[in-house]
Ligand binder design. Structure first.
Ligand SMILES: [Zn+2]
Length: 436
């Protein structure tokens, strides 16, 4: 889509520059005032209003980009093609864009104060393996495809925000970085966000994560989690002639049953999930290895450690049980190990943080109410380091995340886009130019 200048072309541009330079530029510092005051100061700014008005006439463009980008596969560790497409779109918006060592795409909107940075991020990766049919089916405002909402919705919103502020020539106080980041899902272990926070840490004042659909929540509490892999190995052999040899799958099953019987408290909420199990090569072979992957989460770091130990003890006991019941121990023994695949640290945003105030002001502006949530998102990394961060949905509605039936409905997505933009500008601040 071609961008139109918001300024009349009949005006001599040099003259405009001279006038603008001569005008006093008042700054709207990131606000600590009550919501209402913060809100009216933002929306008094003509350029902010122009940016807010950009969304409604451009909804079909936003929907189309979401569908197009969702159809570019982005399995874990293979996000480069989608990252390239997002980079192009951010560059088209007129922003300077670069790709960092990790593969994150970062577009910069320089602020009046370049020593302070606000990051707006949407993860580019999906949970779906290569070869998944990611074609988008569209019926009216509803789109169905794996990854369409998580995080097609977030990526589309990231692009829409970048376009809107560029179109309206919003000049923020703090520099805003629009980032498409990698490795949010699963074994990606938040590597994209880790790299971003690492690179900008000394200047970083806030992170706003756009993840999935909806406007009903704000994640301010980072849920701690660990991902573990158990591996059991043995000599392996023939199902008939080597019968009686200890079997790694048997041991894994024995250990798994013990593990899933582990008691977890409802409060602090603690969960576990065996998400993957594999091993063996054929039905008539004693397998030489078996492995399983487990995700454990808790509101308490202590419970997490307890579950981590429970898994190790269960696997050890499973191996012991299998060895004890093996009919022929002369045919070798089993080895086992449990490895940490990833760990997401916990953390919490202070209830009186300016970032939460900015979000609340934005909620009031769009007539929205949202509840505080605890979840595991890209915001875990900044929150664990004491940097203000939230994760919010990008508007519209959706469901079936991480399933092949995932859907997104763009009806009403404007409210989510405005909410996100007002939050970002609320925390970055904007320079006020009396162009009205
Ligand atoms: Zn997500």
């Amino acid at each position: 889509m071609k961008r139109k200048s918001p300024y009349k072309t009949t005006v001599n541009p040099t003259l405009v520059c001279v006038i603008l330079l001569a005008m006093p530029v008042r700054s709207l510092a990131p606000s600590y005032t009550p919501h209402q005051a913060q809100l009216s100061r933002l929306t008094d700014n003509a350029r902010v209003r122009t940016a807010l008005d950009w969304f409604t006439p451009n909804i079909s463009w936003i929907n189309d980009q979401q569908a197009r980008l969702t159809e570019i596969p982005a399995p874990p560790f293979r996000e480069a093609q989608r990252a390239g497409a997002v980079k192009e779109l951010l560059a088209e918006a007129g922003l300077a864009v670069n790709t960092d060592k990790t593969g994150n795409v970062i577009a910069e909107l320089p602020g009046a104060n370049e020593k302070e940075i606000v990051i707006v991020a949407a993860h580019l990766d999906t949970v779906f393996p290569a070869g998944t049919d990611v074609r988008v089916r569209r019926e009216g405002s509803r789109m169905t495809a794996p990854g369409i909402s998580d995080n097609g919705a977030g990526i589309a919103a990231l692009l829409a925000l970048a376009r809107a502020v560029q179109f309206a020539r919003v000049k923020p106080q703090r520099t805003i970085l629009f980032a498409g980041d990698l490795g949010e899902e699963g074994e990606g272990n938040l590597r994209g966000m880790r790299a971003l926070v690492d690179a900008y840490r000394s200047k970083l004042k806030a992170v706003v994560v756009l993840d999935g659909s909806a406007t009903d929540h704000v994640t301010t509490k980072a849920l701690a989690s660990r991902r573990l892999e158990a591996l059991i190995t043995g000599p392996g052999g023939h199902s008939w002639s080597d019968f009686g040899m200890p079997n790694p799958i048997n041991a894994l099953v024995r250990g798994s049953v013990r593990f899933i019987n582990t008691k977890v408290p409802p409060n602090p909420r603690t969960t576990f999930n065996i998400g993957q199990i594999e091993g063996g090569t054929s039905v008539n072979s004693v397998p030489y290895e078996a492995r399983l992957k487990v995700d454990i989460r808790s509101e308490s770091e202590e419970e997490l450690t307890r579950l981590d130990s429970a898994l190790r003890e269960s696997i050890a006991a499973g191996v012991r049980d299998e060895m004890d019941s093996a009919r022929d121990r002369s045919k070798g023994k089993l080895e086992w190990k449990v490895e940490l695949l990833g760990s997401r640290p916990g953390g919490e945003l202070a209830p009186d943080s300016p970032l939460l105030a900015a979000l609340r002001a934005a909620d009031e502006m769009v007539g929205n109410q949202s509840r505080i949530e605890r979840s595991s998102t890209d915001a875990n990394i900044p929150l664990s380091l004491g940097i203000d961060a939230i994760s919010i949905g990008a508007g519209g509605s959706g469901g079936g995340a991480h399933s092949l039936q995932e859907w997104y409905d763009s009806a009403g997505r404007e409210a989510g886009l405005k909410r996100a933009l007002l939050t970002v500008l609320g925390i970055s601040g904007v320079t006020e130019e009396k162009s009205r």
